[in-house]
Structure formats: structure tokens, C-alpha cells
Design a protein around this ligand. Structure first.
Ligand SMILES: Nc1ncnc2c1ncn2[C@@H]1O[C@H](COP(=O)(O)OP(=O)(O)OP(=O)(O)O)[C@@H](O)[C@H]1O
Ligand SMILES: [Mg+2]
Length: 307
């Protein structure tokens, strides 16, 4: 079952189209890596899923609750660790985590027992009475994640948990994320590092300029990287299902309904490059499917290499 569902999500800030119709799902108990360069829309996606911002179009839900209509229910199920650690340096680790518990309405007694549990789980016992300002960047990040877990969320959003950390601190955060998996928490993690996504995520979504450019398991993405794709742009979204059926012999890479120009698109693997393009065009003609300004909109392109 998918715990998080994102459907055709779009977000514009005045003239900036931060998200341009992205879709993905996160199965319960798995880790999804949202990967992409600066400004591709990672934080925007996380902010909408965690009810901090409203989408311009599209829908998202957590455990079946809509992030706009049922924002209160969604907030009870999630926790967020933002791109910039939100800890008070002059307080100790224990005080920071306790403050987080109280801010989220957790009863005092439960906060106390939960504190000991998260300290144990995340290897923070010996740092509990140290001031956060005296901890290393990696330790701070771990405290930040532990604080987000004090309320036992079902879904945790981690926005760039390792950006700016040295390799050792990064490894320590990786260990923390692996622990989340064993605790059965569903995680959405954003990152700019392919290596990190590969190591931590069950599934990857590659974003660029607010669009999904690739989606799949790390293995699938590695196999596809750099190989040829035949991209078909259709005239009418009503033709998308028909086209998928006509092209069922080809390996589908992506089917999207609303791009910037609102034309539906379908991409299939093109192992024979132009040869595949020829077969695709012939197949579409046989099925009487009108492609946009055929045949120039059956194009050959190269899949984004993600490194
Ligand atoms: N509040 C805002 N007002 C206007 N534009 C915004 C706002 N927030 C984000 N943007 C724009 O939306 C786009 C996506 O931004 P976002 O912060 O989601 O990217 P990101 O992938 O998280 O980048 P980074 O890796 O740098 O954190 C960018 O072009 C950004 O400038
Ligand atoms: Mg960001």
C-alpha cells in the first residue's frame, strides 16, 4: 500500500513554476529519494506534503488524507526535518528533544519516556546532556532527526539531511536513516547526491526544473542512464491510454499527462535508437493515433544521466 501519493502536483510562485505536474507514490515502510540540483523543487515538494504550503494544482495525500482538506490529520501522521537544522544551540540535546515533544503537544510523561527511547535508538545517550552548540554538524543532524521522531510519526520528511556535512558526519546520518527503515517508518529524503540516494533509497525520483525526469529503483536508473529514449508527444490526452496499449511491446519509461504545453507525453526505451523510432511511428500509424505534428514529435533523446 502507498502511504504517500502525489498526483500531478504543481506549484507556482508568481512567474516561477517550481513544480510542473509531478507524480509519485511511496509504499509504506520504504524510503523514497527525491534527487535533483538546486532549485529543482525538492523543498517545495516537501513543504506541500508537510502542509506548510498549498499546491497550485494537483493532489497529495498521506495515509489517504488530503494534505489540503485534511491537513490536521496529516500533521498527526508526519514529521519534518527541514533543510536547515532547527535546534537551539544553548540548550542540551535532551532539552531540545523535549521542547520539540512539547511543541507538538506530546504529554510531558510520554515525552520523557520517548526521549530515552530515541536516545537509545539513535546512539545519542552519551550526548543527551551536552549543549547542541558543542556537537558536530553530523551529531546535530542526528539530534534533529531524533527530535522529529519523538512523536512516532508514520512518515518522516528529511530535506537534504547531509548537505554541508563532512564524510564522517554524513556516514553517521546514513546510519540513522538505516535505523528508520528498521523502525518501519516511511521516509521521503531529498538529496543532491546520487551516491546517497543509491545507498539509502528503495525508489528514486529525479527532478529537474520542477519535472520528474526519471523514476525507478536505483538499479533501474543505473541501467537506463545514458541510454536512448523515444519520446512521443500526443495531440490529445484521450489518446494516451490507446497509445500505451499500442506500444505495449516497448518498455515504458514514463507517461505524463500535463507538461508545460499541456501535451500528454509517453517515453519508451529505444534500444535500437532510430530503428526503434521507426517502429514506433509505424505502430502508431497502424493504430491511427495522431501524434503532434507527426512525425517530428516522435523524438529520440538520451535519458538524463543522474550524476
Ligand atoms: N517562497 C518562494 N517564492 C518564490 N520562489 C520560490 C519560493 N520558494 C522556492 N521558490 C523557487 O522555486 C524553485 C524551487 O525551489 P526549491 O526550494 O523547491 O528547490 P530545491 O530543489 O529545494 O533547491 P535546493 O537544493 O537549493 O534546496 C526555485 O526556482 C526557487 O527559486
Ligand atoms: Mg531545498
Amino acid at each position: 500500500m502507498s502511504l504517500v501519493v502525489v498526483e500531478d502536483l504543481a506549484k507556482s510562485y508568481r512567474d516561477v513554476r517550481a513544480l510542473d505536474g509531478i507524480s509519485f507514490e511511496i509504499p509504506e515502510g520504504s524510503v523514497l529519494g527525491l534527487l535533483g540540483p538546486n532549485g529543482c523543487g525538492k523543498t517545495t515538494t516537501v513543504s506541500i506534503l508537510s502542509t506548510l504550503q498549498r499546491p497550485t494544482a494537483g493532489r497529495c495525500s498521506v495515509a489517504g488524507y488530503d494534505v489540503v482538506d485534511d491537513a490536521g490529520r496529516v500533521r498527526e501522521l508526519i514529521s519534518l526535518t527541514g533543510q536547515y537544522a532547527a535546534l537551539e544551540g544553548s540548550l542540551t540535546t535532551r532539552e531540545n528533544i523535549a521542547m520539540f515533544g512539547r511543541l507538538t503537544g506530546l504529554p510531558r510523561r510520554e515525552t520523557r519516556s520517548r526521549l530515552e527511547e530515541v536516545a537509545e535508538t539513535f546512539g545519542l545517550v552519551e550526548f543527551m546532556d551536552r549543549k547542541v552548540s558543542e556537537l558536530s554538524g553530523g551529531m546535530r543532524r542526528r539530534v534533529d532527526i531524533a527530535a522529529a521522531l519523538v512523536t512516532r510519526p508514520k512518515v518522516l520528511f528529511l530535506d537534504e539531511p547531509t548537505t554541508g556535512l563532512d564524510p564522517r558526519s554524513r556516514a553517521s546520518v546514513w546510519e540513522t536513516v538505516s535505523t528508520l527503515r528498521t523502525e518501519g517508518i516511511t521516509v521521503l529524503l531529498t538529496t543532491q547526491y546520487l551516491e546517497e540516494a543509491d545507498r539509502l533509497a528503495d525508489d528514486l525520483v529525479l527532478l529537474d526544473h520542477g519535472r520528474v525526469v526519471e523514476q525507478g529503483t536505483p538499479e533501474q536508473l543505473k541501467q537506463r542512464a545514458g541510454s536512448a529514449v523515444c519520446e512521443i508527444t500526443l495531440l490529445d490526452s484521450a489518446d494516451l491510454d490507446r497509445t500505451r496499449t499500442a506500444l505495449r511491446e516497448f518498455e515504458e519509461i514514463e507517461a505524463a499527462t500535463g507538461g508545460g504545453d499541456q501535451r500528454p507525453r509517453l517515453s519508451v526505451a529505444a534500444p535500437d535508437e532510430l530503428g526503434t523510432v521507426g517502429t514506433v511511428v509505424a505502430t502508431l500509424q497502424r493504430a491511427s493515433i495522431p501524434v503532434f505534428e507527426s512525425p517530428c514529435d516522435v523524438r529520440l533523446s538520451t535519458r538524463c544521466s543522474s550524476s
